[in-house]
Design a protein around this ligand. Sequence first.
Ligand code: EPZ
Length: 416
Amino acid sequence: MDSLRICGGRRLNGKFNVQGSKNAVLPILAAAYLQDGCCIIENCPRIADVFTAAEILEELGAKTSLKENTMIVDTTGASGCEISDRVMGKMRSSVMFLGAILNRMGCAKISRPGGCDLGPRPVDIHVRSLEKLGVRISAQQGYLYCKAEEYLPSVLTLIFPSVGATENVMLYCAKQKGETLIINAAREPEIVDLQNFLNQMGADIRGAGSDVIRIRGVEKLHGCTYAVMPDRIAAATYALSCTACGGDILMENAESGHMRIVLSVLEDMGAEVLADEGLRIKMNHRPKAVEMIKTLPYPGFPTDVQPILTACLTCAEGTTVISETMFENRYKYAEELIRMGADVTIDGRSAVVRGRNKLQGAAVQATDLRGGAALVLAGLCADGESTVQHIGYIDRGYEAIEKVLASLGGNIQRRT
Ligand code: EPZ
């Protein structure tokens, strides 16, 4: 299993383009199954979750090819409606293929997506929404057997603005006869990207980015070419790395409009944020702690940035209380930070982070995707050498994280 070797203490300086968004490209790849032809997806990140999504499409009978950061998906004649346990187990968000498979094939069989590192990760909102739209779903021996009966255009009110459930409904309703409304829809920028991609394929969807999405079903969808939005969580990761280590970085293609609350917290921590051309972060002193952080659905503070911010706060001046409202178990990485000398106390969904002058380098293990990125940041600003193991988690969502950080002056290498 690969690991990363990091020697801390270097400032980060330079400019680069941040990768395409993992959480936008995954539902877009699922959406490609709604048409019978070719989609060309540009700015596609070369990450493990994309390779897994390509595996799913190939299992369904489509052909995929990824050249540099352009993915071509040819679904001509594909007729699969099942995703194997092997692949389902690799990626929780495989569940968002459900809406697309049901729409194309009228039936689907998937294993219940495994409980992930973050908690049970139920799919009840997905199931209830699809059932209201006329899909018959039965859960047997760990599988979901789904059959699309007559489509029932509906007004769906989600009990929680679930990103995945919003996406599944958009995928299922895009090519139908009739209009469906989603009330209390998730508002993430990745939902807007999915709407834009679907409309590029000929769909008629409005309202993404707000809490009401209107989907006017169309008869047919066609292939298209589309460039995926930049990854706001990866951008936040590099911005926080610069805030922790000091330096001056410019992400030329970052969309600061997707990151307002994160940028406001960076400024409260003492970073200089320049967002007129791309996103520039300058930091020349020890970060200051912020009093309280509460993760919330977009546009609130993103849960995916919580671990990375916590790592930065371990070296800040002062104490921060963090409340993780989105997932039950998103502090597994904290134990590893404590091995590096961090002062973090976890109590259920809350964490108290008391800033220390310096962490000490250590051998640590990634526990999940964003927790792994948090350990990389900690290694970059610690005294001495760190090794981060189980970096397969990190490779699920970051394209060549060590190359980006090394290009900015970080002393970091991959060990295979
Ligand atoms: C998406 O996951 C993202 N993944 C996650 O990013 C992100 O943390 C999450 O949205 C919240 O923003 C992708 O887009 C691929 P949810 P998703 O459905 O769709 C509960 C990362 O690090 N819930 O909005 O799974 C659920 O348990 C990943 O990039 C139900 O109770 O998130 C959780 O507590 C991690 N029933 C909360 O809602 C359901 O049917 C948010 O889940 C569905 C969700």
